[in-house]
Design a protein around this ligand. Structure first.
Ligand SMILES: Cc1cc2nc3c(=O)[nH]c(=O)nc-3n(C[C@H](O)[C@H](O)[C@H](O)COP(=O)(O)O)c2cc1C
Length: 180
């Protein structure tokens, strides 16, 4: 029987939560059982066979709670399928891929996760929090640049990959050793 997929996210102004919800819906459409949860609300990842983790980017950094999650669960994540994404670029640079911050890169490498997918973000005067964000939300950066089609396509690919590994578990080194 297929086990569950966790979609965990770290957000400040809600845009990344919306992306995580869309990922969850698409994975469910693909036949997976999914929990979508803010990273700080995750008490254990024991029941999940795959984890999708996403963070908003602020000043080229991931949200601290997302980094804490990677650090806390790094050993468990090594034996699971892990996909990372971050949400950030807005305005004229909305299509620009964002590098993973150094601390995230090092943790991703340890876990064996592929580089984070970049999704464009949202900077909206109605949801902006804090003086700087509110000011930027009234500049040329203003708007909701989230590309739902791209988000759904990426999620659908992930869903297919999880099914593929479920039906060929020897592709996952840790499982092979555990059961072998
Ligand atoms: C002060 C500030 C700094 C930001 N820095 C970056 C950045 O370095 N790279 C980036 O791609 N986006 C940056 N953004 C854009 C946000 O990441 C984007 O609005 C994102 O969708 C917010 O996600 P959230 O609503 O989940 O918090 C910044 C936004 C603000 C307000």
């Amino acid at each position: 029987m297929s086990r569950k997929v966790l979609v965990a996210y770290a957000t400040k102004m809600g845009a990344t939560a919306g992306i995580a919800a869309a990922i969850g819906e698409e994975l469910e459409r693909g036949g997976h059982q999914v929990d979508v949860c803010e990273v700080d609300q995750v008490g254990s990842i024991e029941e999940y066979e795959a984890v999708v983790l996403g963070s908003a980017i602020y000043v080229k950094r991931w949200r601290p709670e997302a980094v804490r999650f990677l650090r806390k669960y790094r050993e468990e994540l090594r034996s699971r399928q892990v996909w990372l994404f971050h949400s950030g670029p807005v305005g004229p640079d909305k299509d620009q891929l964002q590098e993973m911050p150094g601390n995230v890169k090092r943790l991703a490498h340890r876990i064996g996760a592929t580089p984070a997918m970049t999704f464009a973000g949202r900077l909206d005067p109605a949801t902006a929090k804090g003086f700087i964000a509110k000011r930027l939300a009234r500049s040329e950066l203003s708007g909701d640049a989230r590309d739902w089609e791209l988000i759904r396509a990426w999620s659908s690919d992930i869903g297919a990959a999880i099914h593929a590994i479920e039906s060929a578990p020897w592709q996952r080194g840790m499982d092979y050793r555990r059961h072998g």
